[in-house]
Ligand binder design. Structure first.
Ligand SMILES: Nc1nc2c(ncn2[C@@H]2O[C@H](COP(=O)(O)OP(=O)(O)O)[C@@H](O)[C@H]2O)c(=O)[nH]1
Ligand SMILES: [Mg+2]
Ligand SMILES: [Zn+2]
Length: 351
């Protein structure tokens, strides 16, 4: 049994209850979303819940309950009926694959994303940067793990690993050999929510099992136990660790299609470039052809690699494109074409 605080409730959510007559309702947090129902965890256990008809037919897809959402439900014993989804503090999303300009929500009310790559499948700096940019867009902090360091490593991989450690604070770990698990544990706090992301097979579930300190806690068994035979269409699942902290396991999330930059902090997710950009002459520098641009200067001198600069520009273009497609295509299009024009002028290949 968990208190609401242990499930991640914070004072921020209190105010969202003010306008709702919730006397006879139970507060819970969505663990798994199935085709026709959700598994909701609450203070005295878990419950299969269905959506009230007005929500089912009156809500947009993105408004419907997602893993991590706080909901209010009426308890009918075997079944609960969800009447409200409380406003989200944060949510992790990505642009849906393909040409469609639509956002897919992966999990909600998240404090940290634990981004996992591994030696076996191969480290990929570009993919990491892409993920960090999207996390920045979503205002979610990142903890980066490099798993399976018990395996042999090539010189090239070691270089990438060092870069990830030095620039992004990546932590080398091994779920199998119990390397640095204590360090991960020390970053996971009671009442905070952590979503695990990374390609299928990198060891997300193994790390969660290892953190739980129990190999019998296979994720498959948990989902069978809580689903009680319900048909699972997604394996995203929220658990409360014995040691405190809420984790969300996800199936493989390989690439993050970027949505619009919402970040007002002026940071992009590229830590090296962000530091340089603070020193640019113009505060709205596009880092393409401006005089006094420290980013361009570093790219030209080799202080940042051409690959990193190219990736930074490519991801910016992608976000511009998303913004222009989803909002005001005409207005934003001008800005985008200006950036592209400037890039061409400055001699950078438009890849
Ligand atoms: N050598 C090694 N293998 C691991 C490690 N962690 C996980 N694995 C293996 O990698 C495979 C995929 O792990 P899994 O946790 O299912 O990955 P997920 O898809 O990200 O959840 C399994 O066969 C694990 O036994 C590790 O630290 N070292
Ligand atoms: Mg898994
Ligand atoms: Zn600049």
């Amino acid at each position: 049994m968990n208190t609401l605080q242990q499930l991640g409730w914070s004072a921020n959510f209190d105010s969202s209850l003010n306008d709702i007559d919730h006397e006879n309702m139970t507060i819970g947090r969505v663990s798994t979303v199935n085709k026709s129902n959700c598994i909701v965890i609450h203070e005295s256990g878990s419950k299969i819940c269905e959506l009230a008809g007005n929500l089912l037919f009156g809500m947009e897809e993105y408004e419907k309950p997602k893993t991590g959402d706080w909901v209010l439900f009426l308890d009918y014993g075997d079944l609960g009926i969800i009447s409200h989804v409380l406003p989200r503090q944060t949510y992790l999303s990505r642009k849906k694959a393909g040409k469609e300009v639509a956002e897919q929500i992966i999990a909600t009310n998240i404090d940290y994303a634990i981004v996992v790559q591994c030696l076996e499948i191969g480290l990929n700096l570009r993919r990491l940067e892409r993920t960090l940019v999207q996390l920045q867009n979503c205002n979610i902090e990142a903890i980066i793990l490099i798993n399976k360091i018990d395996l042999a490593i090539t010189t090239e991989q070691r270089e990438v690993m060092n870069f990830m450690e030095n620039t992004y604070g990546a932590i080398p770990v091994s779920a199998n050999q119990n390397i640095n698990l204590k360090l991960i544990q020390s970053k996971i706090h009671t009442g905070k929510s952590y979503v695990f992301i990374g390609a299928s097979g990198v060891g997300k579930s193994s790390i969660i099992n290892a953190l739980e300190g129990s190999s019998k806690l296979k994720t498959g068994e948990i989902s069978q136990a809580t689903n009680k035979g319900a048909h699972t269409t997604t394996s995203r699942e929220l658990y409360v660790l014995n040691s405190g902290g809420i984790v969300i396991d996800t199936p493989g999330t390989r690439e993050f299609g970027l949505t619009s930059a919402s970040s007002e902090s002026g940071s992009s997710g590229f830590r090296g470039i962000d530091e340089l950009a603070k020193e640019c002459k113009f505060h709205n520098c596009t880092h393409t052809n401006e005089k006094g641009c420290k980013v361009l200067k570093a790219a030209k001198s080799g202080d940042i690699s051409e690959a990193e600069y190219d990736n930074f520009m490519r991801l910016n273009r992608e976000m511009e494109h998303y913004a222009s497609s989803s909002k005001d295509r005409k207005q934003k299009g001008k800005h985008l074409s200006k950036i592209i024009k400037n890039m061409k002028k400055s001699g950078y290949k438009n890849r």
